[in-house]
Structures are given as structure tokens and as C-alpha cells.
Write a protein that binds this ligand. Structure first.
Ligand code: GLN
Length: 491
């Protein structure tokens, strides 16, 4: 088997028919990682030893013909802001460089219970703030399709790991696009579930009302399997949804999209959208129509103000969430201090990178008594409006068809000095988080230069099933999920 192309489904089948052992699979992935990850830089921490022990455990189960759990023996890479008991969880920040969580996040518990094998923790933008994975305090992840390009962010390490064939499944988090945008840049499937469907317990918070954990996979079917495992109510997360998470997401995958209604927001296809992306998306729209989907243009007037609202709300929440890292209660402690004030000040100055500091400053500003009404309150009012505008749209449509990013994967270093340009690359993804909706990004083509292009489908609250069904139909029709990058060992 070509390990770099393997899907969860194929690996499961191979275990069942005893085509290969779990140990062989895990070893094959590590072989690839050792060969290529010095260049790609997808991982911050590798867990080969524990992974091999786990592999042996599953192999024994298979030998004894014991019942297999859904992800039994499936290697998984996990973004380094999800707490893993006994394994360093850094948030790609100097602030948490030596943090070893004493507990597992709920998603980790669920993955372990379903038999998945964690192979390592992936690189990201520090505290998930960014769109390119260049804000990591440790390393810059490269796009497996073109090593000069960014993999997107903030879950760039997880996205690159799946594309590079280092794991068939990776876990990421999406606060404003951080699963969908890197999935589009790296040419794989990124699923951001409805807010509350997957527990955030043990996910180190960036913006609590927007953060949501989701998956990177090679296929939509694998995304359904992944979601099935990690979703579900959790009493440890007060915002966890009570009644929505027990469906079998794979059951209706093959039902097709005949008769489904899709909306195309006309504002999304005006200025600012790269022409090659537009062409690829319109080609997909044609395919959807041919398969019996009804597609219609409509107005969704939220784009620009939504971006501002997102950056106000997310920064406000970040400034509150990150206040705990003061060198005393949590995080890196400076050696350079004379009293408690300089201890806190210098710990934070030395421990945080510049983007994180920018967000904290912005957040503190919009929450300050003089500006609260002008910024934070206004953003929260707009948030209500975004929700109701989407609500109206879903009265008419089963799903909304949108670009993921207005731009193709850009050069490493190209936007680092221009935060506004970087923020603009989230224009099509952030409103989904503002409204708490589910959305999926799947590959829909390539640019002339050979860079992946993604298409986004946005669904109504808890309608993951519909979303997965339509994404699966389009994916099958496009036939792109077997296309993988050819990796180089050196630049
Ligand atoms: N790029 C966005 C930001 O920088 C989204 C990040 C995310 O989804 N974690 O805030």
C-alpha cells in the first residue's frame, strides 16, 4: 500500500483482512516523517515510543479477533494546543514551552477510547493566532505542494501532516478558519463542526465563543468517521451541546444531492477573489448542478463588517483568556525582575510573540471603559445580525457555496509585515465562527502553478450530515482525493 495515499477507511480494511499489522503502518508513517519532516516541519513533538507500544496492543487485539473500535490502530496527529496527558503541549509559544498537562482534553480521551494512536503534536501559529503558521515560536511549517509557500494556519502543521502522508487523520482547531484555510492550502478535507458539538475541554483557549475542534483527512468519508469519534456532549464544557451528537455521520453519505438547494452569496465573488479560485469554484458549481443540485445566487451582506467584528471579539476574548499567563500562575517566568510588576511584565514580554501581544493589546483596548461601547458592544450587536442573516439564508438553502480563502497559498514571509493583509485571508471563513455554524473545505482544483484550491460548504447549525453528504458527492465527482504532492527531502 502507498502509505502516503492511505485513508482511514483503507487502513481499517487492511487491519481487518490482516494485509498488514498496526506496527507496520505506524513504522511506515514514522519512516516518512523522519525522511521529510526536517523540511516540512509539521511536528513539534513526536511520540514514536508510545505509538509503537499502542500498535503492539492493537495488533494483539487483532490476533485475538477481539472487537475493534472505530479508529483502532489509526495514527493521528494532534495540534499542539490540545492537552495531552504527560506530553508537552506548547501552543507553539515560548510561554508554554515546558508545559506538560496533567490531563487529557476530552477529544484526546475520545480518540484514545476509540483506539486511535497519537503519533505527535503539530506546529501552529502561536496560541492559534494567524493564517500561515509563521507565528510559531519554534519553526515555520512548509506547504508540501510547494516548499516556498505557507501551509495556511493556524493549524498548518496538522494540515501539512495529512498532505505529506505523515498521518491519515489530524486534529486542529478553528476559531476563524484555522482548519478550513490550511486544508484548502494543503489540498485536503477540513471539517469545522457546529460550535458546541465537540467538547473544548482541554483545548487551550484563544477565543472561547468561537473556538471549535475539528479534523483534517484525505476524504470526506474519513471526516465523517473522525467527527463521529470526537463529537458528543461533555459535562466538563459548559458550552457543549446537549442533544445533537449521536448520529452516524457516514450513513447518508451516498445519498446524493439531487433536489438539494445551494446558495451562492454574490458578495463573495466580487473584487478581491483570485480569478483561478473563482474559476475552480464555478466549475464545481456546474458539477453540483449536473448532479441535480439547485444552485441560486443570493445576497449575504456580512463580509467586511464581519471581519472587523471577528477581530474585535476574538481579540477581546484572547486578552481575557491569556491574562493567566503572567509568570506566576501559569507559563514562562523571566529571570530578569526586581519586583512583582517587573516579573509579570518581563515574563509576558519575553514569553509572547508579537502577534499574540498585538491581539492582547487590541483586546484590552476594545474592552476598556472608554471604547467598550464603540467597539466590543457594536461587534456583539453585529454578531447577532450575522446569525440572523445566516438564519434567513438557511430557510431557503441547504448549504452555502463559498471560497475558503480569497488567495492561493502565499510565499513564506510575504505577509508577515502586513497583519491586515494576513487578516483579510480569513474573509470567507470567519463569519461561520461568528454564527457558530458547521463548514467543510474540500479540494476543488489546482492553480496553473500547481497549488491546491479549496471550496467551502457552509451548513445550518447541527446539519453536519447534509454538509458531509454534499461534500462527499462533489468529492466523488471531482475525483481529486487521490492526488498527492511529491515530496522533496531538501529545499
Ligand atoms: N486566522 C484567524 C486569526 O488569526 C483565525 C485563527 C483560527 O481560526 N485559530 O485569528
Amino acid at each position: 500500500m502507498n502509505i502516503e495515499k492511505a485513508t482511514i477507511e483503507e487502513i481499517r480494511e487492511g487491519y481487518k483482512t490482516k494485509k498488514f499489522t498496526v506496527k507496520e503502518i505506524v513504522k511506515a508513517y514514522f519512516e516518512r516523517i523522519y525522511k521529510y519532516d526536517d523540511t516540512i516541519n509539521a511536528f513539534i513533538t513526536l511520540c514514536e515510543e508510545t505509538a509503537l507500544v499502542e500498535a503492539q496492543r492493537v495488533d494483539e487485539k487483532i490476533r485475538n479477533n477481539e472487537k475493534m473500535s472505530p479508529l483502532e490502530g489509526i495514527p493521528v496527529a494532534v495540534k499542539d494546543l490540545i492537552c495531552t496527558k504527560g506530553i508537552k503541549t506548547t501552543c507553539a509559544s515560548k510561554m508554554l514551552e515546558n508545559f506538560i498537562p496533567p490531563y487529557d482534553a476530552t477529544v484526546m480521551t475520545k480518540l484514545k477510547e476509540s483506539g486511535a494512536i497519537m503519533i505527535g503534536k503539530t506546529n501552529m501559529d502561536e496560541f492559534a493566532m494567524g493564517s500561515s503558521t509563521e507565528n510559531s515560536a519554534f519553526k515555520i511549517t512548509r506547504n508540501p505542494w510547494n516548499l516556498k509557500k505557507v501551509p495556511g494556519g493556524s493549524s498548518g502543521g496538522s494540515a501539512a501532516a495529512v498532505s505529506a502522508g505523515f498521518a491519515p487523520l489530524a486534529i486542529g482547531s478553528d476559531t476563524g478558519g484555522s482548519i478550513r484555510q490550511p486544508a484548502a492550502f494543503c489540498g485536503n478535507v477540513g471539517l469545522k463542526p457546529t460550535y458546541g458539538l465537540v467538547s473544548r475541554y482541554g483545548l487551550i483557549a484563544f477565543a472561547s465563543s468561537l473556538d471549535q475542534i475539528g479534523t483534517f483527512t484525505k476524504t470526506v468519508k474519513d471526516a465523517a468517521l473522525g467527527l463521529q469519534t470526537i463529537q458528543g456532549h461533555d459535562p466538563m464544557d459548559a458550552t457543549s451541546a446537549q442533544h445533537h451528537g449521536t448520529k452516524n455521520y457516514a450513513i447518508h453519505l451516498e445519498d446524493g444531492i439531487k433536489g438539494m438547494k445551494f446558495g451562492i452569496p454574490k458578495e463573495f465573488y466580487q473584487e478581491g477573489l483570485n480569478e483561478e479560485i473563482k474559476t475552480a469554484i464555478m466549475a464545481s458549481v456546474e458539477r453540483i448542478t449536473k448532479m441535480g443540485g439547485e444552485v441560486e445566487e443570493f445576497s449575504l451582506p456580512i463580509t467586511d463588517a464581519g471581519l472587523s467584528a471577528y477581530y474585535i471579539i476574538s481579540s477581546a476574548e484572547a486578552s481575557a483568556n491569556l491574562a493567566r499567563y503572567d509568570g506566576i500562575r501559569y507559563g514562562y517566568r523571566t529571570e530578569n525582575f526586581t519586583d512583582i510588576d517587573t516579573l509579570m511584565l518581563n515574563s509576558r514580554t519575553e514569553g509572547f510573540g508579537s502577534e499574540v501581544k498585538r491581539r492582547i493589546m487590541m483586546g484590552t483596548y476594545v474592552l476598556s471603559s472608554g471604547y467598550y461601547d464603540a467597539y466590543y458592544k457594536k461587534a456583539m450587536l453585529f454578531r447577532k445580525k450575522v446569525k440572523s442573516i445566516f438564519n434567513d439564508a438557511f430557510e431557503k438553502y441547504d448549504a452555502i457555496i463559498s471560497p475558503v480563502s480569497p488567495v492561493l497559498p502565499f510565499d513564506i514571509g510575504e505577509k508577515t509585515d502586513n497583519p491586515i493583509q494576513m487578516y483579510l485571508s480569513d474573509i470567507y471563513t470567519i463569519n461561520v465562527n461568528v454564527a457558530g455554524l458547521p463548514a467543510i473545505s474540500i479540494p476543488c482544483g489546482f492553480s496553473e502553478e500547481g497549488l491546491p484550491i479549496g471550496i467551502q460548504l457552509i451548513g445550518n447549525l447541527y446539519e453536519e450530515e447534509k454538509l458531509l453528504k454534499s461534500a462527499h458527492a462533489l468529492e466523488q465527482d471531482l475525483g481529486l482525493c487521490n492526488t498527492i504532492p511529491t515530496l522533496k527531502e531538501v529545499l
